[in-house]
Write a protein that binds this ligand. Structure first.
Ligand SMILES: Nc1ncnc2c1ncn2[C@@H]1O[C@H](COP(=O)(O)OP(=O)(O)OP(=O)(O)O)[C@@H](O)[C@H]1O
Ligand SMILES: [Mg+2]
Length: 497
């Protein structure tokens, strides 16, 4: 069969960590094949072997009967293998068009037809539903979702036999995800072998034909999606049955902690007001570009506000930098974990202890290493971060585990307000429920918690109230039983009910 891919007995070690052990699986053209497993199961590592980024210790990759030696990413690309990574590899200062055609540009061709290049880029981008995106804009200006689409365009610009999507939808909203699915179906019907990695099982059922489940660096099984249900899939991934995903809420909601009035941001946000109380979880929903992240960045101090007022426990504050935000008791876990959430090259321990404001671990200015290690280990255990300890660099962790470090950093800090921007993006089902539990605990400790999420069932499950933003303004707020998906989507899309 055309475009048949086989990975045979792949093993890969990193120092003492066995990331992959004799993993084998086969996928073919005309199917969407899911790769499932908990954070750290080895999915991305397996795909990095396929993309030529990692050399396996043992094993083979066979494409259409031909045994490939994938000594570097270029070779893999030339064989028609495209991998779209969880963490993007875009050049920030270059334009959208330049990024899409970067391989051609890197060849150092003397004559580049910029006009043709831009119009081809615009065509590709439009075919993914971003007709309005100006392809001459630098990538650094784009939202995470838009950057994702640029990554996908990079893969589509050449004929690919195998295309791997490593958690593509994690940064996309519902509508964008549907667009992506149409594209994936089209690729599948054209005979491309599509490999799809996601922690959202609904998506796997919507788009995938078969699934290979991995656990602890091994393959558990390969199944046909039509023959299996979610519960069984989760069991195979986690190795146990998951009880309830959303913890029951017991928090007593107290006095207002954070009050934002008439917040304005240049060009983006117009007159946003909201209040969060002690012990309350306020959800923020909206389509990408609605301004949720921007509002929170301004409240935190990462961006300047053009007008409006922020009060913390009744006292007017104006955070001009994240540092000021932190000393005023506000913490924020950003959506872009690579850019702002964690320092990848530093150790897990350093990252976790980075924001510590109130010192339990210093006495007279002297660092108490024992106490620090204890605190770090407690965080690692509480969040089930998959690591032997605090010493390894964050870059060596799987994507979902990096997200947990970003969270742990704030858990170790004394705060009044905690803002979480897409906290469970890329996090596996088991760890998701752990994060929900943490959100719950933090609220029960009396903090005011704000959660931005594009995952509606998640927001409804954890929030007491949900504010919906559209085009830079709050279009509505729903609480209690009024929080249902239809009403929230209608508010987000500006549909009158
Ligand atoms: N460069 C590296 N150095 C050391 N260890 C690594 C490296 N890359 C991956 N690992 C380890 O290999 C294991 C598998 O990681 P991998 O990123 O493949 O997981 P994953 O299944 O993609 O998880 P996620 O769902 O969180 O993205 C993890 O224990 C991870 O810490
Ligand atoms: Mg991964």
């Amino acid at each position: 069969m055309a475009n048949s891919l086989e990975m045979v007995s792949i093993s890969k070690h990193f120092g003492g960590i066995r990331a992959l052990e004799n993993v084998g699986f086969a996928a073919h053209g005309g199917e969407v094949h899911a790769l499932l497993g908990e954070n750290g199961a080895g999915k991305s590592t397996l795909m990095r072997v396929l993309s030529g980024d990692h050399q396996p210790d043992t094993g083979e990759v066979i494409l259409d009967g031909e045994r490939l030696v994938l000594s570097n990413p270029r070779v893999a690309r030339d064989h028609g293998i495209a991998v779209i990574y969880q963490e993007f590899a875009l050049c920030d200062h270059m334009s959208v068009a330049e990024n899409i055609f970067i391989d051609d540009l890197a060849f150092g061709r003397r004559f580049i037809d910029w006009k043709a290049l831009r119009s081809r880029a615009a065509e590709l981008v439009a075919s993914l539903g971003l007709a309005d995106l100006d392809v001459t804009r630098p990538v650094s200006d784009l939202s995470v979702a838009e950057q994702q689409i640029v990554e996908i365009c990079k893969a589509l610009r050449r004929e690919s036999r195998v295309i791997v999507f490593d958690e593509p939808s994690a940064v996309l909203t519902e509508r964008e995800t549907q667009q992506l699915f149409r594209l994936i179906r089209r690729l599948r019907d054209e005979g491309v072998c599509v490999i799809y990695i996601s922690h959202r099982l609904e998506e796997v059922f919507a788009i995938c034909d078969r699934a290979t489940i991995m656990k602890d660096g091994r393959r558990v099984d390969t199944v046909r999606i039509a023959d299996i249900d979610q519960t069984r899939l989760v069991e195979m991934m986690v190795g146990r049955e998951l009880a309830h995903v959303f913890p029951p809420r017991h928090a007593t909601i107290g006095a207002p902690v954070l009050e934002v009035a008439n917040l304005r941001l240049p060009r983006l946000v117009e007159d946003v007001s909201f209040t969060v109380r002690a012990g309350e979880v306020l959800g923020f929903y909206g389509l990408i570009g609605a301004g949720r992240t921007e509002v929170m960045r301004a409240v935190f101090g990462a961006d300047r506000m053009a007008g409006g007022e922020v009060r913390l426990k009744g006292r007017a504050i104006a955070n001009r930098s994240p540092g000021e935000g932190v000393s005023n008791g506000i913490g924020m876990v950003p959506e872009d974990r690579k850019g702002q959430g964690v320092l990848l090259d530093l150790s897990i321990a350093t990252n976790i202890m980075l924001r510590r404001r109130n010192d339990t671990t210093r006495a007279g200015g002297v660092l108490n290493l024992g106490a620090e290690t204890e605190q770090v280990n407690r965080m690692i255990r509480a969040l089930r971060i998959k690591t032997p300890g605090g010493a390894p660099a964050v870059s060596t962790l799987s994507g979902g585990n990096q997200q947990k470090v970003a969270l742990a950093k704030w858990m170790a800090t004394e705060l009044e307000v905690l803002i979480l921007d897409e906290p469970t993006r890329g996090v596996d089902v088991g760890a998701k429920s752990e994060i929900y539990q943490i959100v719950n605990d933090v609220a029960e400790r009396g903090l005011a918690v704000i959660v931005i999420s594009s995952d509606l069932p998640e927001l409804i499950g954890i929030a007491d109230r949900i504010a919906v933003m559209r085009a830079g303004a709050i279009t509505g707020e729903l609480g209690g039983d009024e929080m249902n998906e239809e009403a929230l989507i209608a508010l987000a899309m500006g549909v009158k009910q």
